[in-house]
Design a protein around this ligand. Structure first.
Ligand SMILES: Nc1nc2c(ncn2[C@@H]2O[C@H](COP(=O)(O)OP(=O)(O)OP(=O)(O)O)[C@@H](O)[C@H]2O)c(=O)[nH]1
Ligand SMILES: [Mg+2]
Length: 300
């Protein structure tokens, strides 16, 4: 059995991806996509999130402790691929691991069992790196005495960042890419998978940013521009990771603003947007295919 671990902070788009993936493999609407070989015993959760997805409802937030083990029995054009374990894990638990330096035994097992990783990032919920003005405020909050009479005292007018009330640093405020690199370092220590591990970065809600990052390498360029620390970490540790980056809109757009357009497709899978190496239109199974080693070995 192969195991693919989806990693991502809260609201990164993990469950929506799984819902659309399940629909595509089960419905066989997308030519060339991975297909369902047989129904798994634990398909209840998959069916429930798929129904939400079909009805253009937001999938429910995944709550720590109530996560579902999900397995997909898949086949490609050559024959059965086997059972793929793809647990729908909660972003809150990943955030907790970063913040509290702790995760549960179940998490530990999922991570150590994983053969490959899908790392989810949502362009709309990114925590960006701090600006110099924000750093100054954090420093003032941490060391109020030292900053009294410092270089910024007495400046007024437009330098409002200095005047705003100082706010202390907390782990939740760390930039998304810092948290993700830390989580990847955790997994590196306990993962027993063969190196280098295939990592597919999924830039979710791709509809939000797609127009500025066209072409097969668009999502890679987005990662490079918006999360350069994560991109460099994955690229430079080539003995640990082989990387591909995909832009994926599992919903196809915003559930409110784009609702009419989303309802207007004859087949629900036609909503799905995917952009990246070897991607055919709407084939959301491509990142999985690559993770499972069903494509050549070339990461980029
Ligand atoms: N615009 C847009 N929004 C999306 C897309 N996919 C997911 N979202 C939104 O992103 C938010 C988070 O999606 P989820 O799939 O629940 O994210 P998650 O990573 O499972 O979150 P947790 O369960 O909290 O870990 C929801 O509000 C979704 O509606 C997309 O393709 N386009
Ligand atoms: Mg979820």
């Amino acid at each position: 059995m192969a195991s693919v671990l989806g990693i991502g902070l809260p609201e990164a788009g993990k469950t929506t991806f799984l819902a659309a993936l399940w629909h595509v493999t089960e419905s066989e609407e997308v030519h060339g996509a991975l297909r369902l070989e047989r129904i798994s015993e634990n398909a209840k959760h998959l069916n429930s999130i798929r129904n939400d997805w079909l009805q253009l409802e937001r999938v429910v937030r995944t709550v720590p402790g109530q996560e579902q083990p999900t397995t997909l029995w898949l086949r490609d054009e050559r024959g059965p691929v086997g059972e793929v374990l793809f647990p729908d894990l909660s972003g809150e638990s990943f955030e907790g691991a970063w913040k509290d330096r702790h995760w549960t035994k179940d998490y530990d097992e999922s991570v150590s069992r994983a053969d490959s990783l899908l790392v989810f990032v949502h362009p709309g919920t990114l925590k960006e790196p701090y600006t110099i003005a924000e750093m100054q405020r954090l420093a003032e909050a941490a060391f109020p005495e030292e900053n009294q009479g410092g270089p910024n005292q007495g400046h007024g007018g437009e330098d409002s960042a200095v005047e705003a009330a100082p706010e202390e640093w907390s782990a939740e405020k760390a930039p998304t890419q810092v948290q993700l690199v830390d989580l990847l370092q955790f997994t590196e220590q306990i993962q027993k998978a063969k190196r280098p591990v295939r990592v597919g970065v999924i830039v979710s809600a791709w509809d939000l940013v797609q127009k500025n990052f066209p072409g097969e390498t668009g999502a890679r360029s987005w990662l490079d521009a918006r999360m350069p620390y994560l991109e460099q970490y994955l690229r430079s540790n080539f003995e640990l990771y082989t990387l591909r980056v995909y832009g994926v809109s599992a919903q196809g757009g915003d559930l409110k603003e784009d609702r009419d357009a989303l309802q207007n497709h004859s087949r629900p899978s036609e909503r799905i947007i995917i952009q990246g190496p070897d991607c055919s239109p709407h084939d959301i199974s491509e990142p999985l295919r690559w993770c499972l080693g069903l494509r050549g070995d070339t990461g980029n």
